[in-house]
Ligand binder design. Structure first.
Ligand SMILES: Cc1cc2nc3c(=O)[nH]c(=O)nc-3n(C[C@H](O)[C@H](O)[C@H](O)COP(=O)(O)OP(=O)(O)OC[C@H]3O[C@@H](n4cnc5c(N)ncnc54)[C@H](O)[C@@H]3O)c2cc1C
Length: 404
């Protein structure tokens, strides 16, 4: 069977890795001209994703590129800065967690697959027919047995198969922006933040990164009006929402003029009842993004890719049975990730003074307790705070009959 994957970030290369291991022929098409993009952001891998990384033999490569952010500093008006041990906070959430820049992670996954998988950069799918004929923007058309959209929150494959995004996306009340800039605060191992009701700014660097990243998060009562390609308007919105904030924020806003990489988007959650139709299915953010930066979506993307590959192998050549099994296996985790993300968004950018006070108080408590105690308390609440550790992975065995 020949499988086409659209998107070479996290879900795409992980899926490609396992499909190749199971004997499928795999092609990945990526819209970007090269893998490494400027900018990007830190992402999280929790225990199940780390188990998959280990099965892929990539544990050392991943551990070699972690951001190493160990301290979280929270500033609030009228309070002394609070310094928290991030390791302790993460221990409460997961037994095995790493933070890594998304582009470092995708490079590791790409390097692990590039010799056996066909990658086509700077191209995109234009049409997919019912019998698997695929038309590309540039490359000649080809036929595939299965097409998988791993092309992110604003997925092209989802648009072609299920229609416009507005039908499935729900704004969860907040906006997110990330810029790249010189690491003028010399940050290494520290996430410096300032938090107020409805808005938060954070800055971090890492030993192996030449630059730093500033993250802006804010809440609005109603959705904002802007075009997704109108960068000057997006920068203006940021300036308006953070204009009167103290600490380093005026300098960070000044960086908006020269930043080599700028990201701005609403925090949107996808809700599709099914993410498979005909020969097409979706994986990672393309199918079930619970919300960028709030729902552990990178771990979900890695786990989703592993399960999809396993079920395709187990059911080959019956892709319909494989898609049904994939959705069954991951459906509950997806639903709980949505709930988790809505609650996390409220905690990261609290809407009321009481919420801010509660969040800081809880973080302070976890920080004060020995790791074993905070972990034990968190385990009492396993289905929410320790959500990502609660999915157990099947051990899929390669089948010998899946080659083309
Ligand atoms: C600002 C920000 C902060 C985040 N913070 C966190 C965090 O703290 N923790 C966390 O776990 N997650 C975080 N995330 C989410 C995380 O980045 C995603 O969940 C994860 O990258 C999902 O991987 P993916 O492979 O499904 O999709 P993506 O990483 O979005 O990759 C999609 C790929 O598809 C490609 N593509 C797009 N369109 C096409 C097309 N037409 N044809 C071919 N290719 C195409 C893109 O170029 C990209 O390479 C954050 C996201 C953002 C935006």
């Amino acid at each position: 069977m020949h499988i086409l994957i659209s998107g070479a970030s996290v879900a795409g290369p992980v899926l490609a890795y396992w499909l190749d291991r199971y004997g499928f022929e795999v092609t990945v098409v990526e819209r970007a001209p090269t893998l490494r993009k400027t900018g990007g952001h830190a992402v999280d891998l929790f225990r199940p994703a780390m188990q998959i990384v280990t099965k892929m033999g990539l544990l050392d490569a991943v551990r070699g590129k972690v951001t190493g952010t160990e301290t979280l500093v929270i500033r609030r008006q009228g309070h002394k800065p609070l310094s928290l041990d991030l390791g302790k906070l993460y221990t409460a959430v997961s037994d095995d967690h790493v933070e890594i820049m998304r582009d470092d992670l995708s490079e590791i996954f790409y390097d692990a697959t590039r010799d056996n998988v066909e990658y086509v950069f700077a191209d995109s799918i234009v049409a997919i027919s019912d019998n698997g004929e695929v038309t590309f923007e540039h490359a000649p058309g080809r036929r595939f047995d299965v097409v998988v959209g791993a092309d992110g929150l604003h997925s092209n494959v989802r648009g072609l198969t299920f229609g416009p995004e507005t039908g499935f996306s729900t704004w969860i009340g907040a906006y997110l922006s990330v810029i790249s800039m010189a690491n003028y605060l010399n940050l290494n191992g520290v996430l410096e933040t300032i938090a107020e009701v409805g808005r938060m700014v954070g800055v971090y660097g890492a030993a192996h990164m030449a630059d730093a990243r500033a993250v802006f998060l804010f809440r609005t009562p109603e959705p904002l009006e802007y075009h997704y390609r109108d960068v000057p308007r997006q920068k203006q919105l940021l300036r308006e929402h953070f204009a009167d904030m103290g600490w380093e924020v005026p300098r960070l806003l000044a960086e908006l003029d020269d930043t080599p990489a700028f990201y701005f988007d609403s925090i949107t959650q996808l809700r599709l009842d099914t993410w498979s139709r005909g020969r097409v299915t979706l994986v990672g953010d393309a199918g079930y993004c619970p919300g960028p930066a709030v729902g552990g979506s990178t771990s979900l993307a890695v786990v989703g890719a592993y399960i999809l590959a396993g079920e395709l192998s187990a059911h080959a050549p019956d892709h319909s049975a494989a898609f049904a099994a994939y959705e069954r296996e991951i459906g509950d985790y997806v639903k709980r990730s949505r709930t988790f993300a809505i609650s996390a968004a409220k905690k990261v950018v609290p809407a009321r003074p009481l919420d801010l006070w509660t969040v800081v108080g809880a973080a302070r408590l976890v920080n004060a307790l020995p790791g074993s105690v905070s972990r034990a308390i968190a385990k009492l609440n396993n289905r929410s705070i320790r959500l990502h550790d609660t999915i157990s992975l099947k051990d899929y065995r390669p089948k010998e009959t899946t080659g083309s």
